[in-house]
Design a protein around this ligand. Sequence first.
Ligand code: BGC
Length: 840
Amino acid sequence: MAEISAEGGTDAGGDAARERAVEAALARLDLDTKTRLLAGQDMWSLPALPEIGLRSLVMSDGPIGVRGVRWTADDPSVALPSPTALAAAWDPALARRAGRLLAQEARRKGVHVLLAPTVNLHRTPLGGRHFEAYSEDPYLTGEIGTGYVQGVQDGGVGTTVKHFVANDAETDRFTVDNKIAARPLRELYLAPFEAIVENARPWGIMTAYNQVNGVTMTEHHHLVNEVLRGEWGFDGFNVSDWMAARSTTGDIEGGLDVAMPGPHTVYGEALAAAVRAGEVEESAVDTAVRNVLRLAARVGALDGAPPVVTEPPAPLDGDALAREIAHRGFVLVRNEERHGVRGEARGGAHEDVRDGSAALPLKPGRTVALSGAAARDARVLGGGSAQVFPDHTVSPLDGLTAALREGALTFSIGADPSDELAPAEQGFTLRAVCRDAEGKVLGEGSLPNGQVQWIGDDLPAGVTHEALASVEVVGTFTPRESGEHSFGTRGLGAFTLTVAGEAVFDGVQSMGPETDPFEAFFGAPVERAKVALTAGESVEVSLLHPLDKEFAAPLPAVMFSFVHLGPRRDPDELIAEAVEAARAADTAVVVVATTERVESEGFDRTDLALPGRQDDLVRAVAAANPNTVVVVNAGSPVEMPWREDVAAILLSWFPGQEGGAALADVLTGAAEPGGRLPTTWPAALADAPVTATTPTDGELAYDEGVFIGYRAWDRAGAVPAYAFGHGLGYTTWSYDSLETTTGKATVRITNTGTRTGREVVQIYLAAASDPIERPARWLAGFASVEAAAGASVEVEIPLPRRAFEIWDEEKNDWTFVPGTYEVRAAHSLADTRLTATLNV
Ligand code: BGC
């Protein structure tokens, strides 16, 4: 097959030259070297083989930035908005630009393969990694994923589309057996992978931890060898999710090429021994090695093979792109008429009259009362492996301070949902001192926050795992508020905590029988002491952690954190303060958010409520100021019981490092909120049709079949708070005409408002009659179009054949379903503007 190059041309000659180089290199390798190449040499890379001109292939997460091989704020990366935000822009071309920026970041950090994108589906809003996946709809997911993969590979960097397949929830993710019938597996869960393989030709795939229908995904011969490679023609490399590879013979026979991380894996020596024992054919090893060498050839890590990209695309400005994607993904779900204010808001009363304009954008020159802890300490990205460390973040407070005239903005905390200690950052200056068993200093590491996460060889200069006996996090803390400060630890083992010269804790955190081995990584912080401190007065702090092999993580690693929480204030007092400020301002902006303990990799959510007193804060502020705008800083749906009582609601997702600047753009009207919901937003968890994430006897039954997301809401006859595809901009549109033929819909729209805007034209299909139960309607195509005020645009939207097909479980194949279809041109699933009939 021919490569599509960055310029859109083909690279068939390059493919052939790379295959020749791959075969030549393979022929020069002996069995032990080949099996060594299939196992990680450390956390993130494969061994170099200088004898064949192969450099070490380096991988890194993914998906919103490129962390690089070091898990530390010392090695910063551009942090783009989270995948739900990118998908909300409904624009594969924008996703492609995101990918190009990430390729640029990868090259800067010496990374050949980005461990992304995540294209599992939003089967239920409770999924812990919901923020990291695109959508509940397989077509939208496939389109965004295609743009993203094309963009990364335009820059000559590989991707691993993940997690193949059905890693749609986190509970018992290492072992859960997802029971999925063939039809939903094909029509929903495999569909984005299939589309991306076909349209973007990814150079890699990552097989998931979970099982599908009784077979663990790293060993899934049928889905990997027969479907992915056989039917779809995937020719990239297949890497295990981290620590997912558990069987030497099972994995190699199941089509797994690379077992990560290393150095202890089921491949390497164990695989060579299995070949010698006659348990595995050497040809299976050769197949895997070929796939790895092909990757190396593509990314330019194999001498003699021409890389796919010789000239990377023109450099992109990461800050500017992060800001653009943020406002393109913000979804304005509600924007009511604003109320007039008497006396220019100088403590003046809000009149009970509407003034004819919408709450957003804000009127120039008016005052804003901002509240919410996340307005000051924004949650810009989701937790877990998706974490990167940007060198700066712009909070809503920063963004609005810069955008509004002096004196126009007040800030009060209002409600602080983070009742947990977090890595020591704000006000701390810390370093890590490494000592050997005799107490001799081996080396020191800088530590921009209190997290020590040294995995594999990523240790401070002069330090080795063998010699290292203790790590002391030491430095100063200058509080920004007076009061009782809490200090604590996260991680396993012995700790001595000293604050202002006094040892306030000396004890051991042991691993319980139920503790997940990842507890040390994603585990809960524990409060160890409270100390009264005065704002602005520095104190010395230290956390000493002698290393005990008994508590060692599953990989050679040192992982623990020095954690802190500022003084807690009376919650009612905080709300009262925010209400006072809101009463005196023209507009109140409340930022509400989830926390790391609510929404992250490693576990699923149990409810959709906003944590802490945030709902109370919104209600109280809205009662004091009718022009209340709520900004929802969450990666996935939350309940908003006050949603009919506020003037506007803007979903900002996890908006990336420039989130606050983009928010100011959108609130002031410098930019339009461009997003449409990529997932149905329930009013309450109880209304959501699919919520099961906990396996029974190790099994999770996908009993709902093809009915997830809006397909399930339709079937249940239930109405969500906000429909799939919903989102308001700052202009209005008329849909003027819709024409359909087999293969495409042509839609003409006019911008009937007063400013330039962007519309996402959505095409849904509904079958007049069905030989088999199908969803009431489904997304078949879409296009993102921009038009100036008064201008009309005509857009052609392809209607792929697949939109008219179902997976026939008896025939074990796709079947085209002829008949009469209603084609709907829509602003959202719930807002059809034009319909046409199509007979196919
Ligand atoms: C995650 C993957 C990630 C890998 C490496 C795993 O726990 O599931 O998405 O790429 O870790 O960090």
